[in-house]
Design a binder for this molecule. Sequence first.
Ligand SMILES: Nc1ncnc2c1ncn2[C@@H]1O[C@H](COP(=O)(O)OP(=O)(O)OP(=O)(O)O)[C@@H](O)[C@H]1O
Ligand SMILES: [Mg+2]
Length: 382
Amino acid sequence: MTETQHAPLRDDPGRAEDAVPAIELAGVRKEYHAYGETVAAVQGVDLAIAQGEFFSLLGPSGCGKTTTMRMVAGFEEPTAGEVYLLGESVTGVPANRRDVNMVFQSYALFPHMSVFENVAFGLRRKRTPKAEITERVTEMLRIVDLTGRERRRPSELSGGQQQRVALARALVNRPRALLLDEPLGALDLKLRQAMQVELKRIQREVGITFVYVTHDQGEALTMSDRIAVMNDGLVEQLGTPREIYERPASKFVAGFIGTSNLLAGDAVESGGGTSVLKHGDGGRIEVGREFATGDKVELTVRPEKMQITADEPGDGLCRVHGKVSEVVYLGTSTNYNVTTDGGADVVVFVQNAMNAEDVARRGDTVWLSWEPQHSYVIGSAE
Ligand SMILES: Nc1ncnc2c1ncn2[C@@H]1O[C@H](COP(=O)(O)OP(=O)(O)OP(=O)(O)O)[C@@H](O)[C@H]1O
Ligand SMILES: [Mg+2]
């Protein structure tokens, strides 16, 4: 897609233009009109992706991830708003004049061409000198760990190897940014996980901005410097994997990113920047925000932050009381489903490293406890 030639990236990391975002979206909207209906696929997205960043767009099917990418790549024009590449508006600039490459889920290699020729294709079209083609393709195949496979046909490679050829084919053009739309979707779980690690390594080595689309939260958490969680055409939260996991900004994000326990309580005490909430019989939850007495407060607690005990936990810990409804042994950990006296269904993950036996059985009444800093307020209940 890239037609322009330029020097290798990141050769002068100190230059001032590094501070300019690689990609910026300002108030970007996209409406499709089909069968007399208007679909607002993207409803006003603002984000800035730094140069060299591994950035993910994460969200459920239909939330507008692919549409967003297609506007960056130039396959679609926004209905409103503006896309900037390295600080310059690309409105009206066709895809083949934009300095970005896109890798799709179906990577469509040329079946009759060797691995080498697949990767060399774009350079040959640009009439790059032969010696330079050999040098660049060889280097790129080294980076994606396919040295020695140059003469094979795609059909003689594994799915993961084919995916790496597709990656090399895009990267050999030295785009400013690489857009990857669910590139690992066709691979089985084990291969996917291996490729996640590989992709991250490759990105680090080439230093190019990667924008990665996925609906798999584990994948996004593993690989990204930052994640934009999308829902219904909007960015619900933008942050590092840790921020998004530990401090989800909404109920949607909390539920979408891993398992999260949703609890509600009534504020009974407040002061010094904290409040105590009552939840069912004996349930006391401390949160790091002040509320008026009687306010109904919603919070989340991650399942691995909770302990499960028969005895009432010590002072200083948040606690709720409940009954075990299910115990699921998973090898490295055991999941306990507990219905609290306050009517919440929660799950607790317990690592099996220390426990020869289950810490509780179905039907047991138990205490769940956690450190107050793991209570995360997401709003007031309706
Ligand atoms: N060409 C089109 N014409 C009409 N509607 C479209 C078109 N392309 C996408 N849409 C609609 O826009 C919305 C967003 O689609 P998009 O492909 O961006 O979602 P996505 O987040 O990539 O989903 P997935 O994870 O399933 O790939 C959907 O409701 C979809 O049906
Ligand atoms: Mg998509």
